[in-house]
Ligand binder design. Structure first.
Ligand code: NDP
Length: 407
């Protein structure tokens, strides 16, 4: 007699099947695939003149969870895709949770939140083919010239980190720090890897994806389990609030950095990851919102940041409880104006000409040609050449020559 015949109305089986069909929650809309670890932030410097936030007082040690993620890939997608990585930190401070929802690159593709859904749609699987489309990605980027800085980083050697331990993290956005006297400073956070920057070439990344799609998740777990706790040095760039209006770049434009020569990074302390999650639900159910602030820290008029304050409440697995440390009027009114040196291509050109060496420039050209040479229409390719010409005319010419050679 079969099991079916012996248990036609087995209540326990029906319950088990009902549970089974509902046991997985929906994926996050973006940054679906994450890897995380616990650790702490230890402040080694005295920044008490800049902020009253308890977690940044000298000697403070704050437990935290850091979730790394790819951005467009689904839960099962390979870790070694060419994508910006999320670098989201939840700091369990004595004044409440403080979330720093950063990335491994210091800038973002767009500054106007109205374009955010279009950006994500251009990266996602397409509704007609079910495939991701390089054509649509370049179509979006070339029609949004403010993306050039981030795309230069994405197509550079840093577009695919060797491991999650070998990359930096950045707040990207500008935040406010407020001191005991009520003075306000604009700040940007930089987490510099002490493991050193190491990246994968496109060919190495493809091999890694085939051999182990979870290579980064496995590497992080293994390093921590082996007692090789990864560490980052936290630095901040600090701008007195009154300097913002006259600064040569709009300091709230997330497509730009503040050059170190203008605002040298100040050391804050160290971030260490020394404990693996015991249950993967700690990773899957972790949720972050830039609205989770603590006293002494506030927002800035960066339009993308303001938009994230609202939209993250909709996308988290668990809705995060926002702690409003600042009233919205404290953010300040600040026109999203262009400053003297603001343009869409300048900082990308500086990165290409003044920061990269010849080998990195060669890799950038190779990566752009490889990506824009794969199933991208002639019309979009023409715009791709024009886009890189504006970053740098030699770079543009090299991309054009490379695309001509691509069948
Ligand atoms: P600096 O020479 O002082 O610093 C250059 C920075 O570029 C370093 O932080 C370096 O990181 C980083 N870098 C190197 N290669 C890449 C890459 N392929 N993708 C992303 N970052 C990279 O220069 P400035 O501060 O005067 O800025 C010059 C340019 O450097 C900017 O236009 C910007 O493109 C880039 N940059 C600037 C940053 C900033 O906050 N000022 C941050 C990151 C990039 P590392 O120290 O880890 O090697």
């Amino acid at each position: 007699m079969s099991d079916e015949q012996t248990r036609p109305h087995d209540h326990a089986t029906v319950q088990k099947l009902r549970h089974f069909s509902r046991e997985q929650g929906p994926e996050r809309v973006v940054h679906a695939k994450g890897s995380a670890a616990h650790g702490f932030l230890e402040v080694t410097e005295d920044l008490s003149q800049l902020t009253t936030a308890g977690l940044f007082q000298p000697g403070a040690r704050t437990p935290l969870l850091l979730r790394f993620s790819t951005s467009a890939g689904e839960l099962g997608a390979p870790d070694t895709a060419r994508e910006p990585r999320g670098f989201a930190i939840k700091l369990y401070t004595e004044e409440g949770d403080y979330d720093l929802v950063g990335n491994n690159m210091p800038v973002f593709f767009i500054r106007d939140p109205a374009k955010f859904a279009d950006l994500v749609h251009s990266q996602n699987r397409q509704p007609d083919t079910g495939l991701r489309s390089n054509d649509l990605q370049w179509d979006f980027w070339t029609l949004s010239p403010e993306s050039a800085h981030q795309v230069t980083m994405l197509m550079s050697d840093r577009g695919i980190p060797r491991t999650l331990r070998h990359m930096n993290g950045y707040s990207s956005h500008t935040f406010a720090w407020i001191n005991a006297g009520g003075e306000k400073f604009w700040v940007k956070y930089h987490f510099k890897t002490l493991q050193g920057i190491e990246n994968l070439t496109e060919a190495e990344a493809l091999r890694a994806a085939a051999a182990d799609p979870d290579a980064h998740r496995r590497d992080l777990r293994r390093a921590i389990a082996d007692g090789d706790a990864p560490e980052w040095r936290l630095e901040v760039q600090v701008m007195p609030a009154e300097e913002a209006a006259g600064y040569r770049f709009n300091p709230f434009d997330v497509t730009k950095v503040w050059p170190h020569g203008d605002y040298p990074p100040i050391p804050v302390g160290r971030l260490v990851l020394d404990r693996n999650p015991e249950d993967f639900r700690e990773v899957e159910q972790s949720s972050f919102s830039p609205a989770n602030l603590v006293p002494g820290i506030g927002l800035s008029p960066d339009q993308m940041l303001i938009d994230r304050i609202f939209s993250y409440r909709q996308t988290g697995v668990e809705a995060a409880e926002a702690i409003w440390a600042v009233e919205p009027e404290e953010i300040g009114r600040y026109a999203n104006a262009r400053h003297a040196a603001d343009d869409d291509f300048g900082q990308a050109g500086t990165l290409y000409r003044e920061v990269m060496d010849d080998a990195q420039r060669d890799q950038l050209v190779e990566n752009v040609v490889g990506h824009a040479g794969a199933e991208v229409s002639d019309e979009v390719q023409e715009r791709v050449v024009e886009y890189w010409m504006q970053v740098d005319s030699v770079l543009g010419a090299r991309v054009e020559a490379g695309l001509r050679r691509t069948p």
